[in-house]
Ligand binder design. Structure first.
Ligand code: AMP
Ligand code: MN
Length: 328
């Protein structure tokens, strides 16, 4: 795919990502926004996203993000990044339906590609990595490099998760040549938590429960507790990783309440469980080691339903292991 060729002759271009935008979503949308503004100065380019966390305010273009999406005129080209179209924020969906051409750039294994043009690469660490590969190198500058870098560090846990490839490291190396303050960026957007966010993390860990012989763990935040600590979904990013990091855990489940009998579920695993399959069964998606979905029912209903699917995968792995032991 050549982004500029796809946008040739376009006078109105829109860019959007998924609901509750994370670092990769914000980074890749703003990187593409900066690139198109630079290469197509005569075109009108807009970014539609739900309000991202303030930690991303350092990325150029952040203040131009439109979270209201009141426009009704059709776009010539409509980009959906880091997401399937179904996971866009509601008002952007109406504009998407009217667009002359739709383009989807993503790295979620669950995305089967339904737009007019799509580039879905599950092996890529992040959508930001794909944006890096799609833009011409001469257009890179410090702001663009920083936007891409943010996307990559957030989806790789700072080059730590198994989605980090040699290519990801090469891209990281090329990006930091631009001289932005990357240690500060990593600290302030990835590791640092406010006092209240840290207290909530403590609470989630304290109230976690292990199941399946201590191989899985679940913890849940209900609305009352979220209101008490005055936290929103953006404050809960990364909590599930702390559950996954516990020794002996192969699958971690973190849930928070989004409505009456409604939860957002985050799943993390190691090679024992492909959580993208578990999430896909419940209408969500993601990657093999990190996925999510929305579920309805009581906390116990949700956990029971999820654990059936997790258990199935665990048991088939254990039986393969036992067969191997017998053969030795
Ligand atoms: P989260 O647990 O929300 O941080 O998400 C983990 C991964 O799964 C991210 O790559 C998300 O983009 C993806 N994901 C989360 N929820 C969904 C969903 N409902 N549908 C598709 N992908 C999702
Ligand atoms: Mn991503």
């Amino acid at each position: 795919m050549n982004i500029l060729q796809e946008c040739q002759g376009a006078s109105r271009v829109a860019i959007t990502g998924h609901v509750r935008p994370d670092g990769d979503c914000v980074g890749s949308c703003l990187a593409l926004y900066q690139y198109l503004r630079k290469k197509m100065p005569q075109a009108q380019v807009r970014v539609y996203l739900e309000k991202p966390a303030e930690i991303f305010a350092c990325v150029k273009g952040f203040d131009d993000i439109d979270s209201q999406c009141e426009d009704t005129d059709p776009y010539d080209v409509f980009f959906v990044l880091d997401s399937v179209p179904e996971r866009m924020m509601e008002p952007a969906g109406k504009l998407f339906d009217k667009a002359r051409k739709t383009i989807n750039i993503d790295h979620h294994i669950s995305n089967t590609g339904t737009c007019d043009v799509f580039r879905v690469v599950p092996e890529a660490s992040s959508t930001a990595e794909l944006i890096y590969e799609l833009i011409d190198r001469e257009s890179l500058d410090a702001d663009l490099a920083m936007a891409i870098y943010i996307g990559i560090i957030h989806d790789t846990g700072v080059f730590q998760y198994s989605n980090t490839s040699p290519r990801t490291m090469e891209i990281g190396a090329d990006l930091i040549r631009w001289g932005f303050d990357f240690p500060r960026l990593i600290l302030e957007t990835f590791y640092q938590r406010t006092y209240l966010q840290s207290q909530v993390l403590g609470r989630v860990l304290l109230e976690s429960v292990r199941f399946m012989d201590g191989k899985c763990i679940v913890s849940c935040l209900d609305r009352k507790i979220m209101d008490f600590y005055e936290v929103e979904h953006a404050d809960l990013d990364g909590i599930v990783n702390h559950l996954r990091n516990i020794k002996g855990i192969h699958c971690a489940v973190f849930m928070y309440q989004t409505g009456v009998l409604e939860y957002k579920v985050s799943l993390r695993s190691d090679e024992w469980v492909d959580v993208s399959k578990v999430a896909a069964f419940f209408g969500g998606g993601g990657h093999m080691r990190a996925a999510g979905c929305n579920m309805k029912g009581t906390f116990h209903d949700c956990v029971n339903n999820l654990s059936l699917h997790i258990k199935e995968q665990m048991e088939s792995r254990l039986s393969v292991q036992e067969d191997g032991d017998r053969q030795e």
